[in-house]
Design a binder for this molecule. Structure first.
Ligand code: FES
Ligand code: MG
Length: 575
């Protein structure tokens, strides 16, 4: 049912002829509004994650002006509302510690102010799930406006990819193969414009996922941040959200089981970041769509990686993906692997949106008949070491480690790990399995991106560039290597990872999705009885609250009390 002006949520604040509403009207007059602004016009919140310390979002203050233009054009009233600013590189100990805080802030900002719909501006890693999780829980119509990727990196004529090439050149620097000057050249050339990392890391993955879910204007996720098309897309978001309010196109009509499967399928086909698994589960749970690690693994097994973009692909970056036709062209290649009847924010189906998409470069966007990798990018492993699952990225590892066993070298902390990896004479072999524990949601704290453990010097100097690494941490979406991550339950709360010792044999079997330690159940039980829990990480503040309520990786690391089914729905505020 289309909305009438008197049905607008904001009208509850502004329309009544009473004392309180007079107060609301007088206070928006204070900022220069008048009856033209508040009578019968949807109020659109532009939720902005801009800040000076959020380099990936540095253009969003400017883009908010384009969104406002679109809102005015369509007969709405825009209001810009800043929320927590995410910055993957600068926010410590890890931005994951603050994803749920951002989600809470978005949900409560939308709930407590007189707004009818929202444009969510973000893109740097955790900002996308945070914005979507909060807005879905509130339930107002919204459009996600992706920040877009930065330009390709460049140093000395070489193309550089965010993250991916930092790790690569760091290994070369530690192996003594490049100079300090060359290293500094890479530093200056790897982030040449505003916008998110331009590999298919977590940011690009998450923006692609919400695009495929139907939450952005079609194909918006692939537009490079500095392209003028990004400004026009911002204006179009402003125009469209006003109509979405009148149409009452709420997120529950878009985030269905079918569109969720589309989002997962596209994630796999892009060679997505391992972080996507956690955020997909968390967002789906907020939308009340059941989604488990096993669902993700099942879709992954039947969806090849067709985006030839680093780190899973070889040569290309997000800018190349845009020129090749972007996400719409990729989705067209996926054909009947997607449910084309799924509704999207522009009021049309996914099928209608991609009907005319063209693939301009079939080396960047591969046809299903010539994939980059024959299966989806992620695999879920289980076994006595990870009863609730662990995640890895077979597309980005040396294939010889897919079936592997080797002795563990265990580090209880990142400091201990550093000593091991910096020890040139450490007696490890290429078969050793390097283990980092107490780096999960509680132990990290906040599950930092320590899971792409740097290659140890002892192996680097012998020419090795990959080995099996195992942790309850996450890794950056731009990382690569034989890294098994997200082991659940985590060591810090007594998961089996807490019980292993240096020398125990770890077995990994990717084709059969197994991860185990060669120990009897009786031995594990004896060690479990002797295990002493470590002292809490925080005794006050946000960290204290975080550790009381954070759920494990296989549940999406949401807070228990933010689950959709937790308690009765939150009522609209009294006015
Ligand atoms: Fe912002 Fe990578 S640091 S997207
Ligand atoms: Mg990242």
């Amino acid at each position: 049912m289309p909305k009438k002006p008197e049905d607008l949520r904001s009208a509850r604040w502004f329309a009544p002829d009473d004392l309180r509403s007079m107060g609301h009207r007088s206070r928006v007059m204070q900022i220069g509004m008048d009856g033209q602004d508040w009578t019968g016009k949807p109020v659109i919140a532009i939720i902005n994650t801009w800040s000076d310390l959020s380099p990936c979002h540095h253009h969003l203050r400017d883009r908010a002006e384009f969104v406002k233009k679109g809102v005015w054009q369509a007969g709405g009233t825009p209001v810009e509302m800043p929320v927590h600013s995410f910055a993957e590189q600068l926010l410590k100990p890890t931005s994951m510690l603050y994803r749920n805080m951002g989600a809470i802030e978005v949900e409560e900002t939308l709930r407590s102010f007189p707004v009818d719909g929202a444009v969510l501006m973000g893109g740097c890693d955790k900002s996308t799930p945070a914005l979507v999780m909060g807005a879905v829980s509130m339930g107002l119509p919204f459009i996600f406006l992706p920040a877009g990727a930065m330009l390709r990196g460049n140093y000395a004529g070489e193309k550089l990819g965010s993250g991916t090439d930092v790790w690569k050149y760091w290994d070369e620097r530690r192996a003594g193969n490049i100079t300090k000057d060359q290293w500094e050249g890479v530093q200056g050339g790897i982030a040449r414009s505003y916008g998110t990392c331009m590999t298919m890391g977590t940011a690009s993955t998450m923006m692609s996922i919400v695009d495929a879910w139907g939450l952005t204007l079609p194909g918006a996720s692939t537009i490079p941040a500095p392209d003028s098309a990004h400004k026009r897309m911002s204006t179009a978001c402003g125009r469209r959200i006003v109509d979405m309010v009148w149409e009452d196109l709420t997120p529950d009509r878009i985030m269905t089981p079918a569109s969720t499967r589309n989002a997962v399928t596209v994630a796999m086909a892009t060679g997505c970041s391992t972080n996507a698994i956690i955020h997909l589960i968390a967002m789906a749970r907020r939308a009340d769509v059941p989604l488990t690690l096993d669902d993700l693994d099942a879709i992954g097994r039947t969806t090849p990686v067709i985006a030839n973009i680093r780190p899973s692909g070889k040569d290309y970056l997000m800018e190349d993906f845009f020129y090749a036709g972007g996400l719409n062209a990729l989705m067209k290649e996926l054909g009947d692997k997607l449910d084309l009847s799924a509704m999207t924010v522009n009021g049309r189906t996914l099928g209608e949106n991609i009907a005319d998409a063209v693939n301009y470069n079939d080396d960047v966007i591969r046809p299903l008949s010539n994939p980059v990798y024959h299966e989806g990018s992620l695999a879920v492993l289980r076994g006595n070491l990870a009863p609730d699952g662990a995640v890895m990225k077979p597309a980005a590892m040396d294939p010889k480690f897919q079936v592997h066993s080797g002795p563990a070298i265990v580090a209880d902390s990142y400091a201990q790990l550093k000593e091991i990896i910096n020890d040139e004479d450490h007696p490890m072999t290429p078969d050793s399995v390097l283990v980092l524990r107490n780096a999960g949601p509680q132990g990290g704290p906040g599950m930092p991106e320590w899971g792409m453990i740097p290659m140890p010097k002892a192996l680097l100097k012998k020419g090795h560039r990959d080995m099996v690494r195992l942790s309850d941490a996450r890794m950056s979406g731009t990382s690569y290597g034989a890294c098994v991550l997200h082991v659940a339950p985590e060591a810090f709360i007594g998961g089996p990872l807490a019980l292993i010792r240096t020398g125990d044999v770890i077995e990994i079997d990717v084709p059969n999705r197994r991860l185990s330690v060669r120990l009897t159940e009786a031995e594990l039980e004896t060690r479990r009885a002797a295990w002493v829990p470590p002292p809490p990480r925080y005794e006050r503040g946000w960290g204290w609250m975080f550790s009381r309520h954070i759920e494990q990786a296989d549940k999406g690391c949401d807070f228990d009390f933010l689950r959709t089914e937790f308690g009765a729905p939150v009522p609209e505020p009294e006015i």
